[in-house]
Design a binder for this molecule. Structure first.
Ligand code: NAP
Length: 451
C-alpha cells in the first residue's frame, strides 16, 4: 500500500499489506480483548477516551499534516477535523453513562428494564475523505459502548489508519480494543463472514455499501451504511440571498468538494436566480486553488488522479445534457490531482450533475418555476442524505417534514454534530451515527423481566 501526495504525485510512504496470518492474529487478539474491555468500568473507558481527545489536541499539527499529505485537504480544514475528533471523544466520554444507563419500565413483573450491552468486534470500513473524523465518529461511541473496533481504512490513507491505532494505544486502550488492518477491499467479505465479527459499518460508495450489506445480510449481521449524497441547497422566494450565496460556496467547496454532505444541487426560485448565478460565480472565481499546506488555500487537489478524470467526465456529460458552463471545467496542466472550481448553470433534473453525485468543487444550479417546484426538484433524487433550505425560520421548520433526507438545515449548511444523529435515507444508506441513536446501533438492546 502506498501513500501518494495528491498535490504532486510523490510517493510518501509504502506499507506492507497485512498477510492472512497477520489478519488472523489481529482478529484473534480483538476477539480476546472484547470480554476484558466490555467489563472495564465505564469511568475507566471514559478516562481513556478523554486521554485520546487530549492526545489529538496535543498532536493536532502532526495529524493535520498527515491528512493533508495523504489526501490533500487544506491544512486549516485538517486542523478543524482533528479538533472535531477530540470533541466527539469528549462528548461520548461525558454522555455514554447516561446513554447506556438501564431504563426501568413498569410491567407485570416485579422489575423490568432495558439494558444496553455491547455486541463484540465491530468492523468499520472507512473512506479517505475525512480520514480521521469518519473513524472517530465510529470509534468513540463504539468503544464507549464496550465494543472493540477493527478498522479497514481506505487504501490511500494507510498512514492515518496506523496513526489512529497508535493514538488509541497511547491513550491507554488495551491492545486489541482498536486495530487497524492494512488490507484491500477484497478482504472485507472474509472479515464480515468471520464468526468473531459481530457487525459492520461502512462509509463509502454505493457499490461498496451494496456489497457489505448483502454479505452481512447473508450472515444475519447488523450494518450501518453511510453512502453517497447529492444534497439539495434550496433557495426559496423569501430567502435572504446574500448569506445564502456565501454559504453555498462553503457548502460546495469544503474538503475541496469531496464531502458526502456537501451541497451538490443548487435549486433557486425565480426572484433570486440571476443574482444567485452572478453572485456564486464571483465568489467561486475568488477561491484560491493550490498547495493544501498553504494557509491561504481554499481548494486543494482531489485525493487521487482517477477522481479528477471521473469528475471531469461528469462535467462534460452535464454540458452535453444541456447545462451551461460558466466557470472552470478544464483539467489544468501540470502535476497534482487538481480540478478548478466549476460552475454549471441552467441545469435540469436530467443533467448528469443532478442525477448523480459529483465529488469535487462543481457547483450545479437549476432554476425552479416556484417554491413548490423547488422542493419537488430537491426530492427528485435517489439520494437522501442532507438538504439545506433558505427561507424564513418558521417556514423552514414546516418544510422540513416534506424534505426527503436524514438532515435538514434551515438557513445554514449541513454539517455533522456529535449531539445530532447523522445518516441518510434512500440510496444514501441506513442507520445513524452520532448522538445516542448512533451509539445504540451497535448494542444489544436487551429486555430483562423479573417475576
Ligand atoms: P469507496 O470506494 O466505497 O471506499 C470506501 C471504503 O470502502 C474504502 O475503505 C474501500 O477500500 C472500501 N471498499 C470499496 N469497495 C468495496 C467493496 N466492494 N466491498 C467492501 N469494501 C469496499 O468510497 P470512496 O469513493 O473512496 O468514498 C467516497 C464515497 O463515500 C462517496 O460516495 C461519498 O459520498 C461517500 N461518503 C459518505 C459519507 C456518509 O457519511 N454518508 C461520508 C463520507 C463519504 P479501498 O480503499 O481499499 O478500495
Amino acid at each position: 500500500m502506498q501513500s501518494v501526495n495528491p498535490k504532486n504525485g510523490e510517493v510518501l510512504n509504502s506499507y506492507e499489506e497485512d498477510t492472512p496470518d497477520e489478519v488472523e492474529r489481529k482478529l484473534r487478539r480483538a476477539a480476546a480483548t472484547f470480554p476484558l474491555w466490555r467489563t472495564t468500568p465505564l469511568e475507566e473507558r471514559a478516562a481513556k477516551m478523554r486521554r485520546a481527545a487530549a492526545l489529538l489536541r496535543d498532536g493536532s499539527e502532526t495529524y493535520a499534516k498527515l491528512m493533508t499529505d495523504e489526501m490533500g485537504k487544506p491544512i486549516q480544514q485538517a486542523r478543524s477535523e482533528v479538533e472535531k475528533c477530540a470533541w466527539v471523544c469528549d462528548y461520548y466520554a461525558d454522555e455514554a453513562g447516561g446513554f447506556l444507563a438501564p431504563q426501568h419500565v413498569a410491567t407485570d413483573g416485579s422489575d423490568s428494564f432495558v439494558r444496553f450491552d455491547p455486541l463484540g468486534v465491530v468492523l468499520a470500513v472507512m473512506p479517505w475523505n475525512f480520514p480521521f473524523w469518519q473513524v472517530f465518529r465510529f470509534a468513540a461511541p463504539g468503544l464507549m459502548a464496550g465494543n472493540v473496533g477493527l478498522l479497514k481504512h481506505a487504501s490511500n490513507v494507510p498512514g492515518c489508519a496506523l496513526a489512529i491505532e497508535e493514538l488509541f494505544t497511547r491513550a491507554g486502550f488495551p491492545q486489541g480494543a482498536f486495530t487497524s488492518l492494512l488490507v484491500g477491499a477484497s478482504a472485507v467479505e472474509g472479515l464480515i463472514r468471520d464468526p468473531r465479527v459481530a457487525a459492520a459499518t461502512l462509509t463509502g460508495s454505493e457499490p461498496a455499501g451494496r456489497s457489505v450489506a448483502s454479505i452481512a445480510g447473508s450472515e444475519i449481521k447488523p450494518t450501518v451504511l453511510e453512502l453517497g449524497g447529492s444534497d439539495a441547497f434550496v433557495v426559496l422566494s423569501d430567502a435572504d440571498v446574500e448569506p445564502a450565496m456565501d454559504a453555498a460556496i462553503t457548502a460546495r467547496t469544503i474538503n475541496s468538494g469531496q464531502s458526502c454532505i456537501a451541497a451538490k444541487r443548487f435549486i433557486v426560485s425565480p426572484p433570486h436566480y440571476d443574482r444567485f448565478v452572478e453572485g456564486v460565480a464571483e465568489r467561486l472565481a475568488k477561491l484560491r486553488t493550490g498547495d493544501p499546506l498553504d494557509e491561504a488555500t481554499d481548494v486543494g487537489p482531489l485525493a487521487r488522479p482517477d477522481l479528477v478524470a471521473d469528475l471531469h467526465a461528469q462535467v462534460e456529460a452535464s454540458v452535453r445534457d444541456g447545462a451551461r458552463l460558466v466557470l472552470g471545467g478544464a483539467v489544468p496542466e501540470g502535476p497534482g490531482s487538481f480540478y478548478p472550481p466549476t460552475l454549471l448553470v441552467d441545469c435540469t433534473r436530467e443533467v448528469e450533475a443532478f442525477r448523480d453525485e459529483t465529488f469535487g468543487p462543481v457547483l450545479a444550479v437549476a432554476p425552479a418555476a416556484d417554491d413548490d417546484e423547488a422542493i419537488g426538484i430537491a426530492n427528485d433524487s435517489g439520494f437522501g442524505l442532507g438538504a439545506s433550505v433558505w427561507t424564513s425560520a418558521e417556514r423552514g421548520k414546516e418544510l422540513a417534514s416534506r424534505i426527503e433526507s436524514g438532515h435538514v438545515a434551515v438557513n445554514g449548511i449541513v454539517k455533522s454534530d456529535p449531539r445530532l444523529p447523522f445518516g441518510g435515507i434512500k440510496r444514501s444508506g441506513y442507520g445513524r451515527e452520532l448522538s445516542r441513536y448512533g451509539m445504540l446501533e451497535f448494542v444489544n438492546i436487551k429486555s430483562v423481566w423479573v417475576a
